[in-house]
Design a protein around this ligand. Structure first.
Ligand code: ZN
Length: 1121
């Protein structure tokens, strides 16, 4: 096999009918290459570097940002993005995880890949890492305000206060000691970025980790010639030989010198906003807790003491293995396979009803109000990553216990009066020892301890056989089968992400976990990760006792050093404290720097910006050969067949599944009913059924759906977006009710699926008010949590403004502010509204029946099999038509239209206490002509592509993390969006100035870059169609959208033929850009921290001459008034 003229040796391969993976390694540098062969049109490249932080400065993350800002061979800043767009690639992207950083590239052909790979590698291995880039892209102190800023700084500002981030950080910090990388935040924490991070630290970090033997290249997709790739890589290695070897040596010498950690390190309990106290239960309270539910633990008995993290022996860091793992190697070498686990069960007749008896309280900052909710998290650091049997079994178990609304935990925590939480999730983190986190969200603060106690008491009740074990066993076996199907479905629909992630995992695990003596390990580890099905199938054999033992060993009695329970509580004092500290810090800084110091910072930053822009402008001067795009995309094969009006069939011969999607137009639903439509939508498939002679209670109906249906969804309008719609506009076609079911492709399933449509549409019963109330409580808690996120509030309010001008719009009644208000009303006075709600739901149901005459069904998948049985489907459609004969009182259509939001003021500012970062959307409405569609799309991509005019204005200057220019063809909106900015005023001014300069022809259009934007657009469209799952999405939407699957092909063709024409672009600017910069024709919506509202208002009025600026402190009240 190893017959190639290259430095690379073949290591192993893995084959399946639909894909195959080959692994190579360079004998010269140790660099790895994974080649995933897939018969799909797109090529994805991912370069995975193991990066392990040793503090909270975010070296890994900041380095990720700086990698793109010039390399030894290509010092021009932004050249990589510039050339990749030219070569039909999407802009590069990268992600920093806790222990690795991945660099991505997506392209449409092999030739592009050959050209781009060595350029990318030069950036990764030989970056310039200049101080100019550090100042703008990472962190600087503003000479104007003394405030902290920079792209990475803004990015972290937007997430550091988020409860989810705080929770995960706290869990991991509890599971690992400070000797381990998992203890730290790889993204960086604000305080550490401000005080400890330096460019030299980042350079050292690069020297340690960015070495070839720590790096893997993963290629996935069709048309890759592996010999040519290996040739390119070998050439790169040879050319960079001395440099790379030298680096390798440095890396080996390098050990974690304490000096590097800088002694300013935080002490343990000082990380921002989090007060740690370890609460442990009083011994006495543990004695008799058979009935923990009825007798929640008295929180006043909690005693508080601090514990120190465990000590670890000296780490030998000369290799990439974790010192901690070295220590625990003995544990790893004695893995528990399912059989040994089963056979070693000791018969324990007196299971000790012990709770996980130490809870740790963590606080997150909130505004002072009464609707704050907390969370409870259980964190476990489990077996080695290679223990696939245990992982697979636990995953099935947890899905069964938590995920479905017929699960034991759903019943115990949510199917009760005053629901205890809004959701229960479990998440896996693929670290060398796999981490499991179980989170209860939306828990009232007074219930946190009770939820934590109840978690273990419910688990004990299962292994004590106090529950119906047959039911659990049936559910477990059903979920094993379902996971096998879901795995098949994932490989079929979205193989790129899944397979690339596994290769990254293989690479990093191999470096992290000490090798065992087994010679064949190398070859088998990757296989282990890929053989999901084998592990699942073996679980069918396991008796109920096996599952009980899993619960006991891993969830209840796992060693206390490797697990934690966190209660996350809201705390308003923290927010005030934090704001005071920020103000104090800045004012102290002002004094200590003095006007000279500030002036010096200002000059330094201005010079840096100038240098950066100068460097960027050089990109076009490098000559490069042109590549052409082969327009013959090998899209997943789909054949189209239609049955006239009501039925579209999209046939893909390779699929194992069928997806049925019903569209029911429900135009002219009275607006008082529209308000209840989301509740109706959420209840469908969650109610009892009465249809003909079928009678099912909620449990049995859900059980059937879980058994036969792989995936289902009910929605108002279309939820996923496409390149022809703007992702900033939420919800298109909201007046269409959509129900979608996916099942395995066979005759019996087809029959059952049609029955489930019948049951849900014709037979849903809304008389059980208990179920309705539970749903309301759950949804309300969701809204409360979601509305704490500034970006969500900003976008939701923007959409309310957009849609409120249209009285027909469904969005208005269904927007989350009105919905939250409604649910609050219901939950406060449930009895008062009972009759009204049930009546509204029934009216909606009847209205849908009435409209069944216009039903449309799209079936995607291997329809060959059902072709002979088409009458099953046609029979159903016939029944729908018959059902539409129902009478509805047309007088019910009294139009009680909701009050519309006033749009008189051209600008509004929303204040959010939780959001440190700022967000802007500026938009205008105008008719977008079909003829302008292609050039406008290219123009948009030109404006906001990496290092394009807007990017330069906002990001290169270090003002904001993101900027976008977008249009929505269907709602006729043109918009500018700036997100995550620490210096909103500067970002906004700078972006507006860039747009003005374009309108006034002060900035010349750059034909080269426009060509690059065209090629990028081609790749964007190809990506939209690159997998069977995505093509299926387009097929389903082709009933709604103008662009069917064939038209996309034409569109792609037209874009490829599009040649830049200056006159056309000048017209575009006049038509679409000019109105956006005109204050009388456009509107602005800003979200900032509540403290910054005043200054932002003054800024908009003075600098932009916007006469009326409305300040909104409480969005929900403003809309619901
Ligand atoms: Zn970032």
């Amino acid at each position: 096999m190893a017959r190639l003229q290259s430095n690379f040796n073949f290591i192993s391969s893995y084959c399946e009918p639909t894909f195959n993976v080959e692994k190579y390694q360079s004998s010269k540098t140790g660099m790895k290459l994974y080649h995933i062969k897939l018969p799909l049109p797109l090529i994805k490249l991912e370069i995975c570097v193991q990066t392990k932080p040793y503090d909270d400065t975010g070296c890994a993350h900041t380095l990720e940002h700086l990698i793109f800002m010039g390399s030894r061979q290509y010092p021009q800043q932004g050249y990589l993005d510039y050339i990749s767009a030219q070569y039909y690639s999407l802009g590069t992207n990268a992600t920093t995880y806790r222990d690795m950083t991945t660099y991505e590239l997506t392209t449409v052909n092999h030739q592009s890949l050959l050209k781009l790979l060595p350029i990318y590698l030069d950036h990764i291995l030989n970056p310039l890492l200049t101080n100019d880039c550090y100042l703008t892209e990472v962190h600087h102190i503003s000479g104007e305000t003394g405030d902290d800023a920079g792209v990475v700084y803004s990015e972290i500002q937007s997430s550091e206060n988020q409860p989810d981030e705080i929770l995960l950080y706290s869990v991991l910090r509890d599971l690992w000691s400070d000797k381990s990388p998992y203890y730290y935040e790889s993204g960086g924490r604000l305080e550490a970025i401000r005080n400890e991070l330096t460019l030299d630290k980042i350079k050292l970090f690069h020297q340690k980790y960015y070495v070839p033997n720590n790096l893997a290249i993963i290629l996935c997709g069709g048309g890759i010639q592996i010999d040519e790739i290996l040739g390119v890589l070998s050439k790169f290695e040879d050319e960079n030989c001395s440099q790379l070897e030298n680096r390798h040596r440095i890396s080996l010498d390098y050990s974690l010198n304490e000096n590097l950690r800088k002694k300013m390190k935080f002490n343990n309990d000082k990380f921002p906003f989090i007060k740690i106290k370890r609460a442990s239960l009083d011994e006495n309270s543990l004695s008799s807790e058979k009935n923990a539910d009825s007798n929640p633990i008295d929180t006043t008995k909690l005693s508080v003491h601090l514990t120190t993290t465990g000590t670890t022996t000296d780490g030998n860091d000369s290799s990439f293995c974790d010192s901690e793992l070295m220590v625990s190697h003995e544990d790893l070498s004695a893995p528990s396979s399912p059989t040994t686990l089963w056979s070693t069960i000791e018969v324990d007749t007196s299971i000790n009803h012990r709770h996980m008896n130490e809870y740790k309280e963590i606080f997150y900052p909130v505004e002072d109000n009464d609707e704050n909710l907390g969370q409870v998290a259980f964190g476990y650091r489990l077996e080695s990553i290679y223990e696939m049997e245990i992982y697979t079994a636990l995953d099935v178990l947890l899905t069964t216990l938590f995920d479905e609304d017929i699960s034991i935990f759903y019943k115990e925590f949510m199917e009760i009066p005053n629901t205890l939480c809004s959701s229960i999730d479990h998440d896996w983190f693929n670290y060398p020892e796999r981490v499991l986190v179980v989170v209860f969200e939306g828990v009232e603060v007074d219930n946190l301890t009770m939820v934590a106690d109840k978690y273990s008491s419910v688990l004990y009740s299962i292994i004590d056989c106090q529950r119906d074990n047959d039911q659990l066993y049936t559910q477990l076996r059903r979920n094993i089968k379902k996971k096998i199907d879901l795995h098949l479905n994932e490989i079929e629909n979205e193989p790129y992400g899944f397979l690339i992630d596994l290769c990254c995992l293989d690479h990093v695990s191999e470096l992290s976990v000490p090798k065992t003596n087994n010679e064949n390990d190398d070859e088998q580890q990757l296989h282990k990760f890929l053989q999901n099905k084998k592990y699942l199938e073996s679980l069918f054999e396991q008796p109920i006792a096996y599952w009980h033992e899993l619960i006991k060993k891993y969830l209840l009695e796992w060693p206390s050093t490797k697990r934690t329970v966190i209660l996350l509580k809201p705390n308003s004092d923290l927010l005030i404290e934090q704001q005071e500290q920020d103000e104090q810090r800045i004012s102290e800084r002002f004094v200590s720097l003095g006007s000279d110091g500030l002036q010096r910072l200002k000059t330094e930053l201005e010079q840096a910006r100038l240098n950066n822009k100068q460097s960027t402008s050089q990109c076009a001067t490098i000559s490069h050969p042109l590549l052409s795009f082969d327009n013959q995309l090998h899209l997943p094969p789909i054949e189209y067949d239609t049955n006239g009006k009501h039925l579209d069939l999209f046939h893909s011969p390779n699929s194992h599944f069928l997806k049925y999607t019903l569209h029911i137009p429900i135009k002219q639903l009275a607006s008082d009913l529209q308000l209840y439509l989301p509740l109706f939508t959420n209840l469908l498939f969650h109610t009892a059924i009465r249809y003909d002679n079928v009678q099912l209670d909620k449990y049995h109906f859900c059980e059937l759906i879980s058994r036969d249906i792989l995936d289902y969804s009910v929605s108002n309008g279309q939820s996923s977006s496409s390149p022809i719609q703007s992702s900033y506009i939420h919800g298109h076609y909201l007046d269409i009710f959509i129900v979608s079911l996916q099942s395995l492709n066979n005759f019996e399933m087809c029959k059952n699926t049609m029955d489930y449509f019948r049951y849900a549409l014709f037979g849903s019963v809304f008389d059980d008010y208990k179920i309705i109330l539970e749903e309301c409580e759950k949804q309300l808690k969701n809204f409360i949590e979601v509305l704490q996120d500034g970006q969500t509030v900003h976008q939701a309010y923007f959409n309310s403004l957009i849609h409120s001008t249209n009285t027909e719009s469904y969005y208005h009644q269904m927007n989350m502010f009105l919905q939250k208000n409604l649910l609050e009303k219901i939950c406060k006075h449930p009895n008062k509204y009972q009759n009204e709600i049930i009546s509204k739901l029934k009216q909606i149901q009847k209205f849908i029946w009435k409209n069944l005459s216009q039903i449309h069904l799209t079936v995607c998948g291997n329809v060959e099999l059902i072709k002979d049985n088409r009458q099953i489907i046609e029979q159903f459609i016939k029944e729908c038509h018959a059902k539409s004969q129902v009478d509805i009182e047309s007088s019910a259509n009294k139009d009680t239209k909701g009050k519309h939001i006033q749009t008189v003021s051209p600008a509004a500012i929303i204040g959010s206490p939780h959001e440190e970062s700022g967000y802007v959307i500026r938009w205008t409405r105008l008719a977008i002509s079909q003829a302008d569609f292609i050039p406008l799309m290219i123009f948009c991509n030109y404006l906001d592509m990496e290092n394009g005019p807007l990017w330069t204005a906002c990001r290169t200057n270090g003002y904001a993390y993101g900027v976008a220019f977008d249009f929505d063809f269907e709602s006729n909106v043109i918009l500018l969006s700036i997100n995550q900015c620490s210096q909103l005023n500067l970002a906004y001014s700078s972006a507006m100035e860039a747009l003005k300069n374009i309108v006034e022809h002060k900035i010349k259009l750059d034909p080269e870059r426009i060509l690059a934007a065209r090629n990028l657009t081609i790749c964007m469209f190809t990506e939209h169609l690159a997998t069977l799952g995505r093509v299926t999405g387009v097929c389903i939407r082709s009933y709604l959208n103008k662009y069917s699957i064939e038209k996309y092909q034409d569109l792609l063709h037209d874009i490829n033929l599009y040649n830049y024409n200056e006159t056309v672009f000048l017209e575009l600017i006049e038509k679409y850009l000019q109105p956006l910069i005109d204050n009388t024709r456009s509107s602005t919506l800003v979200l900032v921290n509540t403290n910054k509202m005043k200054e932002t208002q003054a800024y908009l009025q003075n600098e932009h001459d916007i006469k009326t600026v409305t300040a909104i402190k409480d969005v929900v009240k403003a809309i619901c008034r």
